[in-house]
Design a protein around this ligand. Structure first.
Ligand SMILES: [Cu+2]
Length: 152
């Protein structure tokens, strides 16, 4: 997995973001710090996308990046609210579109490719580890680890 990540990283830096000679889909790196996703664009063109999900926390913890399709009228705030109200099981209320990135412990990366038709989506984390190392805290989505994006 690490060797693969290295190869893909080299391919990525050698190519422009929207197209590349290798035929691989464009690679977007999304990393987590302090229970927030960084690097995910707010809008993406439809089609194939490769994402590298990196857990860059400064303490040991498990995160994930689960892509879901948002039903009409729903936003990231609804994902947060459901996670607050119903806990980790609220994950099952949302339409998963494949490509579960993780779980990934601090320092780990996961690469997957998604085909994204136009629509509204979010990535979220329902892991329940706490910064102090204890388990069974609130799902991270409940404390704001959700990011909404649009595919056009
Ligand atoms: Cu998390």
């Amino acid at each position: 997995m690490l060797a693969l990540a290295g190869v893909l990283a080299m391919v990525s830096t050698a190519c422009s973001k929207s197209s590349n000679a290798s035929g691989l889909p464009p690679l977007t790196t999304v990393f987590v710090q302090k229970f927030r996703y960084h690097g995910m664009p707010a809008t993406l063109p439809s089609g194939l996308h490769m994402f590298r999900f990196e857990n860059q926390e400064s303490f040991p913890i498990t995160h994930e990046m689960i892509p879901i399709a948002l039903p009409p009228g729903k936003t990231a705030q609804d994902v947060i609210n459901e996670a607050k109200a119903k806990g980790p099981d609220s994950e099952d209320e949302w339409l998963h579109i494949g490509g579960d990135f993780g779980p990934a412990d601090t320092g780990a990366s996961v690469i997957e490719t998604l085909y994204l038709p136009p629509g509204n989506y979010a990535i979220a984390c329902w892991q329940t580890g706490k910064p102090n190392g204890q388990e069974n805290g609130p799902p991270h989505a409940a404390i704001g680890m959700v990011f909404q994006f649009k595919v056009t």
